[in-house]
Design a protein around this ligand. Structure first.
Ligand SMILES: C[S@@+](CC[C@H](N)C(=O)[O-])C[C@H]1O[C@@H](n2cnc3c(N)ncnc32)[C@H](O)[C@@H]1O
Length: 234
C-alpha cells in the first residue's frame, strides 16, 4: 500500500482523521456488511461498460469488498483514509488476481490526482460518511475526465415526504456509523458539473440508491479516448 501525503491522521498531530469510526469498526466490518454490500457492489460494477485500460478511481474502498468486482482489463486506484480499513483491503488483495488494483492512503476530500485523470470514479457507501459530502462529489468530478462516469452507491433522502419522515427516524442510529439519512442527492450534485444519468435501487426496499452521473463534456470537445478505444481509433 502506498501512503499518500495527506493520509491517515490517526496519531499524527494536526492532521484530521474523519474515519475513526471505521478504523474502530474495521475488525467487525466484513462480518456485518460483506454479505449485503459486496453483492450490491459486484452487480453495479458488472453493469458498467468498463473498457480495456480504463482508469478507475474508487474513493473510500474500506476493507476492499469491491476488489473482485473490477475486471482485470482496467486499472484501478482505490483509496481510503483509514489505516485499519486499508490493512484489511491489503490482506484481501491477491498479488496476481488483483494486480490491476493499487491501494493508497489518501483523503477523498483532497485527492492527489490531476484533473480529468480517470474514466470512472466510484464511491460505495462512503458519500454520507465524510464530513463534507458536496466537497467529496466535487473532488470526484474534478478528477473524472469530461464524458467520464461517476458511480455512487449511497443512502439519499427520499423525494417522498412520508418515506423521508419514516427513514429519518433512524437518523440518530445511523449517526453512530457516521452517516446521516438526511443527505439529498440534488444537494450533492448541485454545481458539480455532473449530469445525472440514472438513479435506481437494486431492491424496492433497499435504503441504498445507485447513482450514475456523467461529467459534462463541452459540445465539440474531443473525447479523451483511452485503452481499446484509442487503439480502434488509430
Ligand atoms: C461505510 S465504509 C464503506 C467502505 C466500502 N466502500 C464498502 O462499501 O464496504 C466508508 C469508508 O470511507 C472511508 N472514509 C471516511 N472518510 C474518508 C475520507 N475523508 N477519505 C477517504 N476515505 C474516507 C472510511 O475509512 C471507510 O472505509
Amino acid at each position: 500500500m502506498k501512503a499518500g501525503n495527506t493520509g491517515n491522521g490517526a496519531g499524527k498531530k494536526g492532521v484530521p482523521h474523519h474515519s475513526r469510526i471505521y478504523s474502530d469498526l474495521s475488525g467487525v466490518y466484513d462480518h456485518v456488511f460483506m454479505p449485503i454490500f459486496a453483492r450490491r457492489i459486484e452487480s453495479v460494477v458488472a453493469g458498467l461498460d468498463i473498457q480495456s485500460n480504463a482508469r478507475v478511481l474508487e474513493v473510500g474502498v474500506g476493507t476492499g469488498l469491491s476488489l473482485d468486482a473490477y475486471p482485470p482489463h482496467c486499472r484501478v486506484t482505490a483509496i481510503d483514509l483509514s489505516t485499519e480499513m486499508l490493512a484489511r483491503a491489503e490482506a484481501k488483495r491477491d498479488p496476481w488476481q488483483h494486480r490491476h488494483i493499487e491501494l493508497r492512503q489518501m483523503d477523498a476530500l483532497a485527492l492527489e490526482f490531476e484533473d480529468g485523470a480517470f474514466d470512472f470514479v466510484t464511491a460505495f457507501h462512503t458519500v454520507t460518511v465524510v464530513p463534507d459530502p458536496r466537497k467529496l462529489v466535487a473532488e470526484m468530478a474534478r478528477v473524472c475526465k469530461p464524458g467520464g462516469q461517476i458511480v455512487i452507491i449511497n443512502h439519499f433522502s427520499s423525494e417522498r415526504p412520508v418515506i423521508r419522515a419514516f427513514v429519518d427516524l433512524a437518523d440518530p442510529l445511523t449517526r453512530v456509523l457516521g452517516w446521516s439519512t438526511r443527505l439529498r442527492l440534488g444537494d450533492v450534485l448541485q454545481g458539480s458539473g455532473l449530469d445525472l444519468e440514472q438513479r435506481y435501487k437494486t431492491s424496492p426496499f433497499s435504503l441504498f440508491t445507485i447513482v450514475e452521473a456523467r461529467k459534462f463534456q463541452p459540445p465539440g470537445a474531443a473525447t479523451q479516448l483511452r485503452g481499446t478505444d484509442q487503439a480502434r481509433a488509430s
